[in-house]
Design a protein around this ligand. Structure first.
Ligand code: ADP
Ligand code: MG
Length: 503
């Protein structure tokens, strides 16, 4: 069985004036729960709806309104926990995190500080075939999202859209186990992949349905190992938190910038102020939003409107039984069953739709050939038009036909690419295209022989040269292929050319 973890990735090292520095990173990922209704109300979560049209009385904090927990959102959080091999807490509780902001009409966010629904888990983050790190998950809690203040619609007024207020979020908190910018991005990619497999978050970062707060600190080589041994945070540097990142590229840029900023301060004899920062992608730098001294005192306390959340082990077991095959397991199976490389398996299992498409193409066929066609031809072509697999104009059955035509020697690999292009642009079935466009490979040796004879007769000088240098036979093969419009069976052509030239 393939082992995905035989090597641990190296931490990113930055050389400073006073010696080497290493990076330590922990992420708090906010993932919007895939649910039609909000966490504590029946209002719709539909994205892009008319502003303030998806707002129940309780979302708008009307006096006397009480939150009612949405069982489906709880199930989604449990499902996520199970998918991250995490501990599920049968008893959890909601707390109020108090702060005032116009997009939060209650004046507090309902969250789970003291007793989150999900405890410790882990995510395997692959950096290259065989090189992976286990990033520990500390906890996942359920909480409400806030609304949106809009400042750019009017020169004098600000507006607020409460459609998002009260939408369920899962906050997935990692341990500070991530050791570089690329690893941080790979962690988010992997987490997103698992959530999408589970169907618990659509992973749409552009819409803000998945976003990350990135905590960064720097330390000297050896310090992290001391932290690992003791779990004592004093071995690590002071961290800064970069808020609300929703692009893999910006996450990497922000970490890189932030680490260098901290190193410069430390090497100058200064100290890092624990603070919350924002990344400005235009300037490529992070800037302070608030320092620890200005940090809010949220006055957390148990939400008196909600009973502790108690769930049954049997219910958790039912959810567990319904989990799909997850990315790591699928990847290992693809390598074992289809004889493909770990790299190719990684590409094909990037999302469930690609994996399912591939398996339909590969069923009963040569797995390596199928993988090659799906990855190189189909994905390559889709990428050109910025399409994803669900928009493929070529169905899995059609691609399967192309592979069958190649395997049966009805068409050559080269003609197959032309057939693919016709099917891609017109939707016509490959079998029909080959039949009606006269694309069948010529295997009739008589016809091939005639073409070979013709080329030999036309090029006496080349024939003499080829007799001395057998490598020139290739030139004749090329000429015959050209003369037959690429339809001659290459194997037959090679044989006949060698035979006729007496090689
Ligand atoms: P808070 O509740 O103030 O946000 P937590 O202790 O929950 O603080 O940590 C938040 C995140 O910061 C976690 O993802 C954690 O892994 C990360 N973190 C903690 N200490 C460090 C550190 N020294 N360097 C980098 N990340 C850290
Ligand atoms: Mg935090």
């Amino acid at each position: 069985m393939l082992d995905l973890t035989y090597e641990t990735p190296k931490p990113k090292v930055i050389a400073g004036a006073t010696g080497d520095w290493e990076l330590v990173i922990g992420l708090e990922v906010h993932a919007q729960v895939a649910s039609k209704a909000k966490l504590f109300s029946g209002a719709s979560t539909q994205f892009g709806a008319e502003p303030n049209s998806n707002v129940a009385f309780v979302d708008a904090a009307m006096p006397g309104m009480l939150p009612v927990i949405n069982e489906f959102c709880v199930a989604q959080a449990v499902r996520t926990g199970l998918g991250l091999q995490a501990e599920i807490n049968l008893v959890s509780a909601f707390d109020r995190k108090n702060y005032f902001y116009p997009d939060l009409p209650q004046g507090y966010q309902i969250s789970q500080l003291y007793h989150p629904i999900v405890g410790e888990g882990e995510v395997l983050v692959s950096m290259a075939p065989g090189v992976a790190r286990k990033v520990r998950i500390e906890r996942i809690h359920l909480e409400q999202d806030a609304g949106k203040s809009i400042h750019d619609m009017d020169p004098h007024m600000s507006f607020v859209d409460l459609n998002r207020t009260g939408v369920a979020l899962m906050e997935i908190v990692s341990r500070p186990d991530i050791r570089g910018p690329e690893e941080a991005a790979a962690y988010v990619v992997k987490l997103r992949q698992i959530l999408r497999y589970l169907g618990t978050c659509d992973g749409n970062m552009q819409n803000g349905n998945l976003r990350a707060d990135v905590n960064v600190s720097v330390c000297r080589p050896g310090d992290y190992e001391k932290y690992q041994e003791t779990q004592d945070f004093s071995h690590l540097g002071t961290r800064c938190e970069i808020k609300n990142m929703n692009s893999m590229r910006f996450i990497q840029q922000a970490i890189e910038y932030e680490a260098r900023r901290q190193i410069a301060i430390l090497e100058d004899g200064g100290a890092i102020d624990q603070e919350t920062r924002l990344y400005d992608p235009d300037k490529g730098e992070t800037r302070s939003m608030r320092s620890k001294e200005e940090a809010h005192d949220y006055r957390y306390f148990p939400c008196p409107d909600l009973l502790p959340l108690e769930i049954e082990q049997a219910w958790v077991d039912d959810i567990e039984a319904s989990l799909p095959e997850l990315p790591d397991a699928k990847l290992v199976r693809f390598v074992a069953d289809y004889g493909m490389t770990e790299y190719d398996a990684g590409v094909l299992t990037a999302d469930v739709e690609s994996a399912a498409y591939f398996e339909e193409v590969a069923r009963g066929r040569d797995g390596k050939l199928a993988a090659n066609w799906v990855i190189n031809e189909l994905f390559g072509r889709l990428k050109k038009e910025d399409h994803d697999i669900t928009e493929s104009p070529v169905t899995a059955a059609q691609l399967g036909q192309i592979i069958d035509l190649i395997s049966a020697d009805t068409i050559s690999g080269k003609i197959a690419k032309d057939v693919f292009e016709i099917t891609y642009t017109t939707g016509r079935d490959p079998e029909e295209v080959v039949e009606n466009e006269g694309m069948k490979q010529v295997t009739d040796t008589g016809a091939i022989e005639a073409a070979v004879d013709q080329v030999i007769a036309d090029n006496p000088a080349q024939v003499e040269k080829a007799k001395e240098n057998p490598k020139l036979a290739g030139w004749f093969v090329g000429q015959v292929m050209k003369a037959t419009g690429g339809k001659a069976n290459p194997k037959a052509v090679n044989q006949l050319v060698a035979q006729k030239l007496g090689l």
